[in-house]
Design a protein around this ligand. Sequence first.
Ligand code: COA
Length: 173
Amino acid sequence: MQLDFRRPSPALAPAFEKFLNAFLPGDHDMWPADSIFGLARTDMPKYLEFLDGASKGRGLPERWVTSDTYWVFAGDEMAGEIHVRHYVRGMLWRTGGHIGYSVQPKFRRRGVATAMLRYACQRLRELGEADALLTCWDDNAASAGVIEKCGGVRIADAVHPGRNMRRYLIPLI
Ligand SMILES: CC(C)(COP(=O)(O)OP(=O)(O)OC[C@H]1O[C@@H](n2cnc3c(N)ncnc32)[C@H](O)[C@@H]1OP(=O)(O)O)[C@@H](O)C(=O)NCCC(=O)NCCS
């Protein structure tokens, strides 16, 4: 599938809204109401402003790091969203890592997340990172599969109350 990596913009917001509305109730929620990402559902102009600032290291919540977002298109439909944090520090070592991604249900199992993760790894390589840290809940088989397909090597889990978070490193050099 031909994928086109674009930076978020007001012109692409209608495609993003369709993408967001297609997610399933059982999916790991990447835009939870208790996070700044929840703005995606409540205030699109502010979400866009946040993403733009985040890519410049501005207006970030405390302890967050500079991060680039790509809206990934298959033709004129948005298939995926991916966030690439320029580095990890603090809590990101336990939850979040360098990268967060999601793929619209109808585009799943067609290699979209794998292609997005490979693209993100290339970005991190260009930024000088030696490894990409990826995290996913232990029961997120889909995400673990993507990470393993991209060469992720499992390291110690981060233990959270009642639940473990898997952690993987993908060597970049
Ligand atoms: C996780 C997610 C991004 C995967 O996207 P995708 O485009 O379907 O992934 P890919 O097609 O690249 O899959 C790569 C491999 O992962 C594994 N995989 C993907 N989906 C799977 C599933 N539902 N169950 C088991 N393994 C799965 C498979 O090994 C697959 O390779 P294969 O299709 O050759 O067997 C998608 O399911 C999603 O958006 N989920 C909700 C949000 C989320 O969980 N994000 C990650 C948070 S850590």
